[in-house]
Ligand binder design. Sequence first.
Ligand code: HEC
Ligand code: HEC
Ligand code: HEC
Ligand code: HEC
Ligand code: HEC
Length: 300
Amino acid sequence: MRSQHRVFATLTCAALLALTGIVLMSSGAAQSVSEQPEMTFWHPPGPHVMGTPRGPAPFPYDAARWHPIHFQPAISQATNAQCLACHQEVVAQRVRSVTPAGLRTEDTLAWYQTLEVYEGEQETFHRRHLVTPMATELMNLQCTTCHQGNDPREEASGGAADTQEGLILRKHVDPNICLMCHGKFDYEVMNLPGPWHQHAEMFGNSCTGCHAAFRTTRHDVNFLKAEAIEAAGERSADSCYGCHGGRSWYRIAYPYPRNAWPGMPEAVPEWARERPTESQERFRTHSESTPTAGATAGSQ
Ligand code: HEC
Ligand code: HEC
Ligand code: HEC
Ligand code: HEC
Ligand code: HEC
């Protein structure tokens, strides 16, 4: 009982504070800009609408920051347009042409940015994955492909009974997502004698030569454009290699799911025992197929 009273008292206090806030805000004309809370001018659907005045009134910063769209389960349903309503900056902002120290952008290139496959001027991380020509040709990344919701107050799951599941320690995005396209080229499982850049010629500089027979059920996921990828791969193995070793920011390879393909041998190789037999559920564009015999889906 007593704790309920305390909760009630706290809530009343909070409500009073909020009211004071509104009063302060409405007399805001007299205040300097820096004293005012930051505002966003977008009204998301949901309970907040009830608490805000009708019409195009400002949306308080904290309500936007803590809007349920940032957290599960709402975030998994969110569209790019909904996120961009508040976060235009992630695609609108461009890199500086000169660093604050005075170095010109075109003189400060990373080694991979000097390669032939690196197109155009330097771009921000988000633009490289969402709006550059290569991004739109081969990929269909959504905000929520990478962002699954992080709780800015609670950064690890399991600290209390009600913490969000799947939090990834101060990171906004699970690095395993990046690893799918930025892992090492796994020549061992392909029975190749060594890294691709040393042996590509032996295989006619083609991935699709072998991969017309192996693992042909591929890229059937909602963040990739499977047909465009095959077309690009026919033109040049570099396109395939770009996501499978050519931009490896990691020293490990991603353990890809092993989707059954026509003519797949019955026996599961030793290295593939623990592999999932389906792409992650949230990425799938097809309905679940019958699990293949022998493979113990490590799932996730
Ligand atoms: C109602 C406006 C609004 C919407 C809609 C919105 N955000 Fe935000 N978001 C904010 C505000 C405000 C912040 C705090 C920004 C800051 O402090 O710099 C924020 C912060 C973030 C952060 C940084 C989190 C951190 O821990 O620092 C990420 C990532 C983010 N939003 C992603 C998203 C994604 C993805 C979506 C769509 C699912 C989305 N947001 C929708 C307003 C919004
Ligand atoms: C390819 C994966 C990926 C995609 C797609 C993506 N993001 Fe991010 N986003 C990231 C990463 C990684 C960070 C930096 C996280 C960190 O610092 O821990 C980030 C950071 C952010 C932040 C925090 C502010 C900042 O600039 O650091 C916001 C806001 C944000 N993203 C919004 C979005 C929105 C909106 C979309 C869709 C239009 C989107 N992101 C798409 C990976 C992605
Ligand atoms: C679906 C595949 C895919 C995923 C997932 C992905 N990337 Fe990328 N990434 C690419 C491609 C393709 C490019 C090259 C785009 C281009 O050159 O226009 C790229 C480029 C980059 C670059 C180079 C940017 C530059 O302009 O120099 C960095 C850094 C990067 N990715 C980091 C990440 C991180 C970190 C994550 C996870 C948060 C991530 N990527 C997730 C495919 C992906
Ligand atoms: C000599 C034939 C051959 C060539 C050339 C080849 N691969 Fe493979 N690849 C294989 C075989 C065999 C497997 C494993 C098949 C299985 O799962 O049983 C494989 C598996 C893969 C996998 C899945 C790895 C995993 O851990 O599940 C990817 C991704 C892949 N190849 C990409 C490529 C790319 C990209 C190229 C070109 C840069 C390429 N391959 C060139 C034969 C080849
Ligand atoms: C834009 C990035 C990108 C490009 C380009 C790309 N891949 Fe992939 N590839 C991926 C991702 C991400 C996955 C894992 C998808 C999933 O979870 O099912 C994957 C999975 C695979 C697999 C495993 C398929 C399975 O489910 O068993 C093979 C084999 C493969 N790719 C070969 C290729 C070949 C060959 C090319 C060129 C024709 C290519 N990739 C081009 C990103 C890419």
